[in-house]
Design a protein around this ligand. Structure first.
Ligand code: UDP
Length: 350
C-alpha cells in the first residue's frame, strides 16, 4: 500500500538511498533537508523541502505541506572524531534538532518515527556480539547525542502514545547496487571510501608510496590490533527502515522499540584494506598512525531481534560485495559529485 513518508535528512548518504528504495516500493516521498551536508541532486525526483530541523518554523512549514504517515529521521552529524572536537555542534543538531522534530510531529499529529541510532551508543563493549540490552555508555559525544534521543523517544512513547523504532546501525557501507546514489561526505573520514579513493589515485597514476591512508591504531585488543567493525550494506539498512515503517503502520509497535542492524561479523581495518585490494586490484598502501580519540576497539552487533521481530535479514553481508558496490559508484563518479556542490563542514545557526 502506498504511503506518504517524510524523509528528514533525505539528501545525505543513507537518506538518499532510502529515498530511492521508498520510491521503488511505490511510496510518496517528501525530503526535508537543510543541505548543510547533503546534496540536492541526491534527492532525485522526490518532493523537496529545504529546512533545518533546529528551526520550528521550518518544521511547521514542512508538516503543513502534506499529511505524513511515517517520518524517517536521518538528519544528524555522524563523525565520531568531529564530535569529540566540536561537541556543541553535535548536541545542537542531533539533540536539539531531534527534539524540535518530535515537537513538530506532535503538533502535526504525526506519531510514527523511524530513528537512525547507532552502535556508538554502547561505548566499549563488555561482551560481543552486542545485543540491544548491552549497557549504553557512549565514549564519544556522537554516541551520547543519539542515546539522548533514544531516551526522549522512550519517554514520548510512555507519555504521548508516540510510536518509534530506533535502529542502531553498525557501520554503514557500500552504495546503491544500481549506481544511482553513493557516499558523498566532504570531508570524507570513513575507512572504505578513503581506501577506495586511495585505490583510485594509484590506479590513475598516483605514487603508491605517498599514500594518504592512515590506520588509527594497531594496539587494540583485536585479531590484528586494528579496530574491528561490523559493516552493513546501506541497502540492507534501508530495507530495515521499510520493515520498521510497516510495523509502525500495522500498530504492532506501541511506544519505543530499538533494534541493532549489523551482520554479526566484524572486520578489522587491515581486513577491510585487504578487501579493497581484492576488489580494486590495486595494491594500496597505508601508514600506521595513532588511535583516533573516541574509537572503541571492537564493535560487532547481534541483529537477532531485528530478524525475529522485523523479519529482517541482510542480503549483502559480504565485505567484498559491499566494497564492490562502492567501487563501482566511485569509478562512475570519481569526484563524487563535488563539482555540483556539496555540504560544508560546519553549519550556521538557524
Ligand atoms: N579508520 C582508520 N583510518 C581511517 C578511517 C577510519 O583506521 O582513515 C578506522 C577507524 O578507527 C574505525 C574504522 O576504521 O575503527 C571505521 O571507521 P569509520 O570512520 O569508517 O566509521 P566509524 O566506526 O567511525 O563509524
Amino acid at each position: 500500500m502506498s504511503r506518504d513518508i517524510l524523509v528528514v535528512g533525505g539528501a545525505g548518504y543513507i537518506g538518499s538511498h532510502m529515498v530511492r528504495m521508498l520510491a521503488d516500493a511505490g511510496h510518496r516521498v517528501t525530503v526535508f533537508d537543510n543541505l548543510c551536508r547533503g546534496h540536492r541532486d541526491a534527492v532525485g525526483d522526490a518532493r523537496f523541502i529545504e529546512g533545518d530541523i533546529r528551526s520550528s518554523g521550518d518544521l511547521q512549514r514542512g508538516f503543513a505541506s502534506g499529511r505524513f504517515d511515517v517520518v524517517m529521521h536521518f538528519a544528524a552529524f555522524a563523525y565520531v572524531g568531529e564530535s569529540t572536537q566540536q561537541p556543541a555542534l553535535y548536541y545542537d543538531n542531533n539533540v536539539t534538532g531531534s527534539l524540535r522534530l518530535l515537537e513538530a510531529m506532535r503538533e502535526a499529529g504525526v506519531n510514527r518515527l523511524v530513528f537512525s541510532s547507532t552502535c556508538a551508543t554502547y561505548g566499549d563493549p563488555v561482551e560481543l556480539p552486542i545485543t540491544e540490552s548491552h549497557p549504553q555508555r557512549p565514549v564519544n559525544p556522537y554516541g551520547a547525542t543519539k542515546m539522548m534521543v533514544e531516551h526522549a523517544l522512550r519517554d514520548y512513547g510512555r507519555a504521548y502514545g508516540f510510536d518509534s523504532i530506533a535502529l542502531r546501525y553498525f557501520n554503514a557501507a557500500g552504495c546503491d547496487p544500481q549506481g544511482r546514489v553513493g557516499e558523498r561526505h566532504f570531508p570524507e573520514t570513513h575507512l572504505i571510501p578513503l581506501a577506495l579513493e586511495e585505490a583510485l589515485r594509484v590506479s590513475t597514476g598516483g605514487d603508491p608510496a605517498s599514500t594518504g591512508l592512515s590506520i588509527y591504531g594497531n594496539d587494540f585488543d583485536t585479531v590484528d590490533g586494528t579496530c574491528v567493525r561490523d559493516y552493513i550494506h546501506v541497502d540492507d539498512l534501508c530495507r530495515a527502515h521499510l520493515l520498521a515503517a510497516d510495523r509502525l503502520l500495522s500498530g504492532a509497535c506501541r511506544g519505543a522499540e530499538t533494534y541493532n542492524l549489523g551482520n554479526g561479523r566484524g572486520f578489522s581495518v587491515l581486513e577491510v584494506i585487504a578487501a579493497v585490494r581484492r576488489v580494486t586490484g590495486v595494491d594500496i598502501r597505508y601508514r600506521m598512525g595513532p588511535r583516533r580519540v573516541g574509537d572503541p576497539g571492537g564493535l560487532v552487533g547481534s541483529a537477532v531481534s531485528a530478524g525475529e521481530v522485523l523479519g529482517w535479514q541482510p542480503r549483502i553481508p559480504g565485505i567484498d560485495e559491499m566494497v564492490a558496490t562502492a567501487w563501482r559508484w566511485m569509478l562512475a563518479n570519481p569526484t563524487r559529485g563535488a563539482h555540483v556542490g556539496n555540504g560544508v563542514a560546519s553549519m550556521p545557526a538557524p
